[in-house]
Design a protein around this ligand. Structure first.
Ligand SMILES: Nc1nc2c(c(=O)[nH]1)N(C=O)[C@@H](CNc1ccc(C(=O)N[C@@H](CCC(=O)O)C(=O)O)cc1)CN2
Ligand SMILES: Nc1ncnc2c1ncn2[C@@H]1O[C@H](COP(=O)(O)OP(=O)(O)OP(=O)(O)O)[C@@H](O)[C@H]1O
Length: 213
């Protein structure tokens, strides 16, 4: 059953989508600021459990018929949490066979992913985000990732995503492989039926939603 909660509630239609997106981001900053550290921790753990199930299922699919010499390892793009984002670090321990890649903003508009075995290898970089180091970590081509976990300010169940406003993800995701699954990962208060998007905004294949208890 859909309720008012499901409609993205904070918009006055100004006729300009870019203005509506800016307004929606501002509201989401306020909504997210109300979450306590404990709530964020609990929901992050829940999201990790959901992701473990999903990724294990993908691993099983990839391994049907695979041989021991060509044992497929999933390449998954993840992210380091900003203050208002879910903390996904627990995935490393829960899924040790996955190759984890983290984004690095290389200049004003380009982002690339690098292989990171241990979260302790990340260093504080642009925007205060914990990032890989281009000299120490191995870069992967955009078309090589099997799954990309995408952060954002808000997500729609229809796959729409409201990002942070840098355009990094949209530009990067244009180069993804056809089989690559894009998963929107946010807290429960970030998921609505739909959120405002422009033509260039890339749709998620799936948006995680913590079931309401
Ligand atoms: N974890 C993470 N890594 C990412 C992004 C992201 O959104 N999240 N980016 C996506 O493009 C790129 C960096 N771009 C960014 C653009 C804007 C803000 C920003 O406006 N920060 C918020 C604070 C958000 C928070 O704490 O959650 C703000 O000022 O309100 C941050 C990063 C690449 N790496
Ligand atoms: N594929 C693209 N090619 C060129 N410019 C783009 C592309 N995608 C986005 N941009 C530009 O980047 C800027 C920010 O876009 P937008 O507001 O959609 O970012 P966002 O999706 O919120 O950010 P992010 O994806 O980094 O979280 C806009 O000026 C937009 O025109």
């Amino acid at each position: 059953m859909h309720t008012d909660r499901d409609r993205f509630p904070f918009l006055t239609n100004t006729g300009k989508i870019s203005e509506m997106k800016a307004q929606a981001r501002e509201t989401m900053r306020q909504v997210l600021a109300e979450m306590t550290a404990e709530e964020k921790q609990l929901e992050s753990a829940r999201l990790c459990e959901m992701l473990v199930q999903l990724i294990e299922e993908k691993e099983r699919e990839a391994r049907v018929g695979a041989s021991a010499v060509m044992w497929p390892q999933l390449k998954v793009g993840t992210f380091s949490a900003l203050l208002r984002e879910p903390d996904l670090r627990a995935l490393h321990d829960a899924l040790p066979d996955v190759d984890w890649y983290y984004p690095l903003c290389r200049d004003e508009d380009q982002m690339s992913y690098y292989l990171v075995h241990d979260v302790d290898e990340l260093e504080r970089g642009s925007f205060g985000i914990m990032e890989p180091n281009a000299e120490r970590h191995e870069r992967v081509a955009a078309g090589q990732l099997d799954v990309i976990l995408c952060p954002g300010f808000a997500f729609g169940r229809d796959g729409s995503r409201l990002g942070k406003g840098g355009g990094y993800y949209d530009r990067y995701l244009m180069g993804r492989a056809v089989h690559c699954e894009l998963i929107g990962v946010g807290f429960a208060c970030q998921v609505y039926d739909t959120v405002p998007v422009e033509k260039h905004d890339v749709r998620m294949n799936r948006v995680l939603e913590i079931p309401s208890s």
